[in-house]
Design a protein around this ligand. Sequence first.
Ligand code: AMP
Length: 539
Amino acid sequence: MHGLMMEYPLTLDRIVEHAGRMFPHKAVRTKQPDGSMHEYTYADVLRRSRRLAAGLVALGVQSGDRVGTFAWNHYQHLEMYFGIPGAGAVCHTLNVRLFPSQLAYIVNHAEDRVVCIDASVLPLYERVAGEISCVQHHVLVNAPRDIETTLPNVLHYEDLIDGADDDFTWRSTDEQMAMGLCYTSGTTGDPKGALYSHRSMFLHTLGENQAMGLGLTETDVVLPVVPQFHAMAWGLPYACAMAGADVVMPGPHLQPAALAELIESQQVTVAAGVPSIWNGLYQELKTTPRDISCVRALVVGGSAMPRSLIDGYERELNVNVLQAWGMTELSPLGTVSKLQRHHLGLTEAEQLDVKALQGIPLAGVELRIVSDEGAELPWDGETMGELQARGPWVIRGYFKRDPTSEHFTTDGWFRTGDVATMTPDGYMRITDRTKDLVKSGGEWISTVALEGALMAHDGVLEAAVIAVPDEKWSERPLAVVVRTAESQVDTDELRRLLADKFAKFEIPDRFVFVDELPKTSVGKFDKKVLRARVAGRTL
Ligand code: AMP
């Protein structure tokens, strides 16, 4: 027998309507490119998001069309988070740090019909525009009227909004409609798209706001440092609107001093970013102290927060650190590490150990760890296994790709590519990863792509790239290279070779030349051995 409750579609327009009605005076503030602060309210967000949706429909955007965003964190991008899905379209966030060829691949693969581009990153987009065939309209954001561009079919964001209809009816009628698209680096091959639905994102938002999650409330002032092009800024824009929390958007100002100033001046209570951001802020605060006691939670995710940095924030600066683990494929929040009552008797150091774990799953996310043979492993805090997840905001297939056993199990779980232990009380700890990638400052670097490019050089016989721990960036790539006989190729030459094909941050800091690479029984580079040699300083 089925229940007798309403079929009420869980669509994102309900969230912005709620924010506009219940919290019309709550603020969204943005640090603009010129350093000034823009401030308006959720009533404005609602009105302008609706107009944006109307404007997009008037442009010819149809249900299911992808609309790209190529932008920093700001109020217009927040409007896009609501307005694009509200037009029935899919908000496809494009990473401004991507290498041009990858950007072009992603726009073409997604078949974006419209792209909204910040004036400050317009030259980056113009560089690849010639390789993109699907985009029919370019919408410029924060651009002066007399801006010169090589792009065709250009209009200004404010014109799109100004000419639009206030009485527009949201086109997001079905909770299963796709609302967001975010690409993530593949271990091999091209980036893969995670396609969120209204329902999955609505439930993720409720999940994020659980008390054991981030638990945002109307009293919070939230600073999403995590870019809006990274996994929907971890869902924070939606979670803030649902809670009625004030939002502070940093725009392009992500340098430690600027963030410190913003936190203090805006009295931020929750700030979220990757460890390299918080490492930078910590160093900054040590040299130029500021009062950041307003922060009730410094949320960190994307890579493991070093225990020493948690210690520094908690004990020196008296700031509560909340470690979270997630993935683009999980919308992205999976776990949060909060202390429970049974931790209260622990010493301070032991409590920090708990905070250094990745945390317990939100209600709605199930986790398990699994052996190489597929057997479920015990939660004893020691046994390591592949981490698998399932739940209503977990991916079930990549955009325009058939699900394969590399990513999905036959019994309905997503294979995260992380290796983890679980404590008996459900706290997950990432110990390794099976995906062969490097994560530096929150951005993925493909080792396979680097190896391919290096081995294309005549003087290189073999090359393996591994992640090595780095205090500032969490990880950095290290290239281990075997030269061909007679070859004199050196670091400078290899750097020059890679500079043509990779973004600056992707290029290894160190190249080590060896006579031979260790191999596994099936002849693959044995990266475990290489990593152990780095750790033992024998490489
Ligand atoms: P992304 O899809 O770019 O968000 O990357 C997701 C991956 O980042 C996860 O599969 C982990 O490998 C890593 N990750 C995310 N959060 C954490 C964390 N708190 N600690 C360690 N690794 C993390």
